[in-house]
Design a protein around this ligand. Structure first.
Ligand code: KE4
Length: 423
């Protein structure tokens, strides 16, 4: 059945930790083996055994146009013939910077990097330099990449006390990382009452998509904006997922919030390695070489990645986000009804082109709520859908993504597969 993937996985495990180059791809959370993908077109993946899947992962977000989208593929192939890296500025770096700044209401300047992790790591360093403060407040269950300061877990007892979330992160590094439950503005106010003068930044996924899909409660983001302004801290919107996905102008446009800094990744690279951080000129001008906050990267602004990102953003500038949201909402509602009819508790939050099946009775508003969902049921659902050629995110703590390439036939086939699932 998956012989080629199994053979590749066996070989890879001898060479690569866990056989994969990023942990979630190992499918441990759903008691499955990873599929090795040979090619992808539109919203379809073809695995190493030639089996076709309808893809709702979309490379964890970048492929909103669908795989092998003509303008992106043509731009990358054309750029490749002009060389793959110059180590010097290129025209498309300026064009992509211009396009991203024009799209995002909160941006006056932007710096390209090579991943979302680099973007958030750099944004935190900049916030600390700009304020002369060390502490950062993040939300439990939000993921901002694997830079040490963000790999903090809630300490025993005191919610705000952090302990290293993984071996290798020193306690000294997470000592300045404060934690609060997502959507809990009262907890944030309490933390500011104690630590306010020391807090450089609050970093938040404006729509949390790394604990399933958790929407901001009315007033939550506005409250963060007010508290950070009141205490002289910076508000950092981590839009690595939401940027160009929840709206062309990201969550900052959709929710009309003006962050001080914003981080990007995924979609702005069109599938190639690109991240970015940007924000108000008074802060961004502190970044080297204009200012003295050091940040650098050999492949930052790489011509191929810039060509892919630029082709993607230009296509999205004229795309119908409202129609995509309507299609996603109709599909997710139908999926929820099919699962509910099987007598299982199910929630199906959706926003724009994102959806997430939680198997629980309660509305999920934070990480504790996400953890309380039935992961065994999710695993059972995942396995049966994958066996029918539907490729869902291999974790109950990730988010389903829909692209402009998904058709009504793809939705219909997916719903038929869900009807056949036994839960
Ligand atoms: P990268 O370093 O993986 O490009 O981006 C880190 C990052 C930062 N901020 C947010 C909100 C993110 O979601 C991410 C990365 N997202 C995960 C999936 N939810 C990447 C998948 C993986 O780790 O393989």
């Amino acid at each position: 059945m998956d012989d080629a993937s199994r053979k590749l996985f066996e070989k890879s495990r001898a060479l690569v930790p866990g056989g994969v180059n990023s942990p979630v791809r190992a499918c441990h959370n759903v008691d499955s083996l990873p599929l090795f993908i040979a090619e992808a077109h539109g919203c379809h993946l073809i695995d190493a055994d030639g089996k076709n899947y309808i893809d709702f992962v979309l490379s964890w977000g970048p492929m909103i146009l669908g795989h092998d989208a003509a303008p992106v593929t043509e731009a990358v192939c054309s750029a490749a013939k002009r060389g793959t890296s110059y180590g010097a500025p290129c025209p498309d770096e300026v064009a992509l910077a211009e396009a991203v700044v024009a799209a995002m209401p909160g941006l006056e300047m932007v710096r390209m990097v090579n991943s979302g992790t680099e973007a958030t790591m750099s944004a935190l360093r900049l916030a600390r330099a700009a304020t002369g403060r060390d502490k950062v407040l993040k939300f439990i269950g939000c993921y901002h990449g694997h830079a040490d300061p963000f790999l903090a877990a809630a300490g025993s007892g005191v919610a705000t006390f952090s302990i290293p979330g993984t071996p290798g992160v020193p306690q000294s590094v997470v000592a300045d990382t404060l934690l609060a439950p997502y959507n809990d503005l009262a907890a944030v106010e309490e933390i500011f009452a104690v630590h306010g003068p020391a807090i450089a930044a609050v970093i938040v996924e404006p729509v949390a998509a790394n604990m399933g899909l958790v929407l901001p409660k009315p007033g939550f983001l506005e409250g963060l904006r007010a508290l950070t302004t009141q205490h002289g801290s910076l508000l950092v919107f981590d839009e690595v997922i939401t940027g160009f996905r929840v709206a062309f102008g990201g969550a900052q446009a959709r929710f009309n919030i003006d962050p001080d800094l914003t981080t990007f990744g995924k979609i702005i690279g069109g599938g190639l390695p690109v991240g970015a951080f940007g924000g108000k000129r008074r802060y961004m001008e502190l970044v080297a070489p204009q200012g003295n906050v050091y940040q650098a990267g050999t492949l930052s602004g790489n011509p191929l990645a810039m060509a892919a990102g630029l082709a993607t953003v230009r296509a999205l500038a004229v795309a119908d986000y409202g129609a995509l949201e309507a299609r996603t909402s109709a599909f997710a509602t139908a999926l929820r009804d099919i699962l509910a009819a099987k007598g299982v508790p199910v929630q199906m939050p959706t926003l724009a082109s994102m959806f997430c099946p939680y198997f629980c009775e309660h509305e999920v508003t934070d990480f504790a709520g996400a953890k309380a969902c039935d992961q065994k049921l999710f695993t059972n659902f995942y396995k049966q859908m994958r066996a029918q050629g539907i490729y869902l995110a291999p974790s109950g703590f990730e988010t389903g993504m829909v692209s402009f390439a998904h058709t009504e036939d793809d939705f219909s086939r997916t719903l038929d597969a869900a009807r056949k699932v036994a839960l």
